[in-house]
Design a protein around this ligand. Structure first.
Ligand code: ATP
Length: 254
C-alpha cells in the first residue's frame, strides 16, 4: 500500500500541497483531479521524489521513502513515466526499451559471465522489449532513432519504459496529453489492461472527465493543495465541491 501522511510542500509563502493524508491500495485506479494549479503534479513530484517535502511522509508497504531520492524510490517500486530527457535520443526505440528492461532486471540474474548466459539473457531481454513495444503499438518503429520520433510516439515510449520497470505503483500524469485521436486509445487501452491485472496500484492525474469516469475506481480531488473530496467516482463527481470548484458549476445549478 502506498500512503502519504500530512504531505506538505511550501514554495516561499505558498503552500502548494497542504497536509495531504491518503492511501492507495493495490488493484485500484485512483484519479487525481482538481483545477489548474491545485497541486496535482506537485503531489506526484512529492511521491516520486522529484521534490522534497517540507513536512509529512511517503510510505510504500510500510517503508518510509521520504528521505530517498527519486532513483531509489523507483527501485522500491514507484514507477512514473520517464521524462523524455531520460531517453537515449541517438539509440533506437528497441534499444531504449531493451536497456530499460535490462536495468530493471539488473541484479536479478547474476550468474557470472559466460557466453551462454550473455546470449540467453540478451534474447530474453529482446523478447520482453518486443512484447512491450507491441503493447504500446510501437513495434513497427523499433528501428527508428528516438530523436526522429514524433511527439505522440515519444510519449508512448515513455509509457513503454515505465512498463519495462514492472513497478508496483504506476503513476500517469496526463498520459494522453498532446496525443492525436489514434494514439490516445493505445495508451488508455494499456492502462485498462494494467487495471485488469488487479494487483497494481495506479494513480492517474487527468483533466479529461470522460477518461476519469471510465477508468477510475476512486477519485480524489485537490483544491488549493488540500484534499477536499475522496470517494467513488459517481459520488465525487456529483458532490457540490466538485461541481463548483472543479467543473465551474454554481451551487444553484449543481
Ligand atoms: N517549483 C515551484 N516553485 C514555485 N511554485 C511552484 C513550483 N511548482 C509548483 N508551484 C506552484 O504550486 C501550485 C500547484 O502547481 P501544480 O503544477 O502542482 O498544479 P496542478 O494541479 O498540477 O495544475 P495543472 O492542472 O495546471 O497541471 C501552483 O500554484 C504552482 O504555481
Amino acid at each position: 500500500m502506498l500512503a502519504t501522511q500530512d504531505l506538505t510542500i511550501r514554495f516561499g509563502g505558498h503552500v502548494a500541497v497542504n497536509a495531504v493524508t491518503c492511501s492507495f491500495e493495490p488493484g485500484t485506479l485512483t484519479a487525481i483531479v482538481g483545477p489548474n494549479g491545485a497541486g496535482k503534479t506537485t503531489y506526484f513530484n512529492l511521491i516520486s521524489g522529484q521534490l522534497k517535502a517540507s513536512a509529512g511522509k511517503v510510505t510504500l508497504g510500510g517503508r518510509d521513502l521520504s528521505s530517498l531520492p527519486a532513483s531509489e524510490r523507483t527501485r522500491a517500486g514507484l514507477g512514473r513515466a520517464f521524462q523524455l530527457t531520460n531517453l537515449f535520443p541517438r539509440l533506437t526505440v528497441l534499444e531504449n526499451v531493451r536497456l530499460a528492461v535490462q536495468a530493471a532486471r539488473e541484479g536479478a540474474h547474476h550468474r557470472g559471465l559466460n557466453l551462454w548466459s550473455v546470449w540467453s539473457d540478451h534474447k530474453a531481454l529482446l523478447e520482453r522489449a518486443d512484447e512491450i513495444l507491441e503493447s504500446v503499438a510501437l513495434a513497427d518503429k523499433e528501428d527508428e532513432l528516438v530523436a526522429n520520433l514524433p511527439h505522440g510516439d515519444q510519449r508512448k515510449l515513455e509509457v513503454a519504459l515505465l512498463m519495462a520497470l514492472e513497478p508496483q505503483v504506476f503513476m500517469f500524469d496526463e498520459p494522453t496529453a498532446g496525443m492525436n485521436a489514434a494514439e490516445a486509445p493505445v495508451i488508455l487501452d494499456l492502462i485498462r489492461r494494467l487495471k485488469a491485472d488487479r494487483s497494481k496500484t495506479i494513480l492517474l492525474v487527468e483533466h479529461k472527465m470522460d477518461v476519469v469516469r471510465e477508468l477510475a475506481d476512486r477519485i480524489i480531488v485537490l483544491h488549493n493543495g488540500a484534499l477536499v473530496a475522496d470517494g467513488k467516482p459517481a459520488e465525487v463527481i456529483a458532490s457540490p465541491i466538485v461541481q463548483e470548484a472543479y467543473l465551474g458549476v454554481s451551487k444553484e445549478t449543481a
